[in-house]
Write a protein that binds this ligand. Structure first.
Ligand code: G
Ligand code: MN
Length: 366
């Protein structure tokens, strides 16, 4: 297990030049490694069988790790050990304690890319409207969706950002910076509508220090706290309910609202709904897809809406793509809706392009 990282301090970068020692279990792995080293034109020698000393300079570690992809199997990556030195001296016996799996080096090198991205704040917010089900032409709120930007300007999608962050132990950093980016952007745009901001509680070890930055940014924004709704994502990964409750309590005490995201997806459990009593619950798009024509989904979704109503929790149906799905939401008393039917996410907060009167769903209002 990695140690809990500090939320606001980015991990140190890797040495730019030095010596990399590699030690493999098998001769075949060594041969594959030598081939990769040669293809990268790295200078190396084999002081012992299956031990390689590699001299690297600026950028070469990155090229080496990229070149490993698809050459070494995951098992080989995991079983090969490495040790890194910032100079060109030979290791001492004490350095045996410092060897780690090559898998981790690849993670760290990938993480370098993310460290740079975060340092240079190459993150931006996309917006997707959330509408009142009975007034689908009016924007009630926006969900803030994270995007990264490559140096060449092309977009990086959140799945990729979060995969790398998870693999490199940088979830706290990415998640916290995503929240700050969303809050600052909302402030700059003086958004009148509420903003829903995703947050990943699995990345928070200490709510007070980790969330202080978020609370301070929201206060600085001058927007009222109830303007911000924090959506708990990946609730299926939450193994410590007490900690989650403490985090939500912290947000609420600061005047924010909270939502439970993706209910009905994966393992996201109904019991969480009753335990955490969020202000909003979002029904996952997987559950809503063809909800109007799939009797099983229709029944489950209707029951979730009923339960939320009894608990006094506002409901948001996600991923609405067709007038029929929207119509179902009207008939079953969902409060709010989000989805491509109304608008796709955009860099500038989009309007809703679907209205009850103009929609080809018939235009009746429930
Ligand atoms: O899990 P969460 O609610 O944060 O998911 C938001 C994601 O869902 C965004 O990436 C957004 O692009 C996508 N999304 C939003 N509305 C729709 C929709 O109607 N259909 C599909 N397929 N994806 C959607
Ligand atoms: Mn969400």
């Amino acid at each position: 297990m990695r140690e809990a990282p500090a939320c606001d301090v980015l991990p140190d970068g890797l040495a730019a030049r030095g010596t990399l020692y590699l030690c493999t279990l098998k001769d075949e792995t060594s041969s594959s490694l030598c081939a990769v080293l040669e293809s990268c034109r790295l200078a190396f020698e084999e002081p012992y069988p299956n031990v390689m000393a590699v001299w690297f300079n600026d950028g070469e570690l990155g090229r080496f790790c990229d070149a490993l992809e698809g050459v070494l199997s995951p098992d080989e990556l995991a079983s090969t050990r490495f040790c890194l030195f910032e100079d060109f001296t030979a290791p001492s016996p004490a350095d045996l304690m410092r060897t780690r799996s090559l898998e981790l080096l690849v993670d760290q090198v990938q993480g370098q890319w993310l460290v740079e991205l975060l340092r240079r704040r190459r993150l931006l917010t996309y917006y997707q409207p959330i509408v009142r089900v009975t007034e689908p032409g009016q924007v009630f709120a926006y969900e803030c969706l994270l995007r990264g930007r490559h140096e060449n300007g092309s977009l990086i999608y959140p799945d990729r950002l979060f995969d790398v962050a998870r693999a490199t132990g940088m979830m706290v950093h990415l998640d916290s910076m995503a929240r700050l980016t969303a809050i600052d952007d909302a402030r700059r745009r003086r958004l009148e509508a509420r903003v829903f901001i995703n947050f990943n509680p699995t990345s928070i070890h200490d709510p007070v220090t980790c969330l202080e930055g978020t609370v301070a940014a929201a206060r600085r924004s001058g927007l009222p706290p109830e303007h911000f709704v924090f959506e708990v994502v990946e609730s299926e990964r939450i193994d410590d309910l007490e900690r989650l409750l403490a985090i939500l309590e912290f947000y609420r005490r600061a005047g924010f609202r909270v939502a439970l995201d993706d209910l009905g997806a994966g393992y996201s459990s109904l019991s969480l709904l009753a335990r955490i009593k969020p202000d909003y619950v979002k029904l996952d798009m997987e559950l809503m897809r063809h909800v109007d024509s799939d009797p099983y989904k229709g029944l489950v979704a209707a029951k979730v809406l009923e339960l939320a109503r009894e608990l006094g929790i506002a409901t948001v149906v996600e991923g609405i793509e067709t007038p029929e799905e929207w119509q179902w939401a009207v008939e079953h008393g969902a409060d709010y809706a989000q989805g491509f039917l109304f608008a796709r996410p955009g860099a500038r907060p989009p309007r809703s392009t679907f209205s009850a009167a103009g929609g080809d769903g018939g235009g009746e209002r429930g």
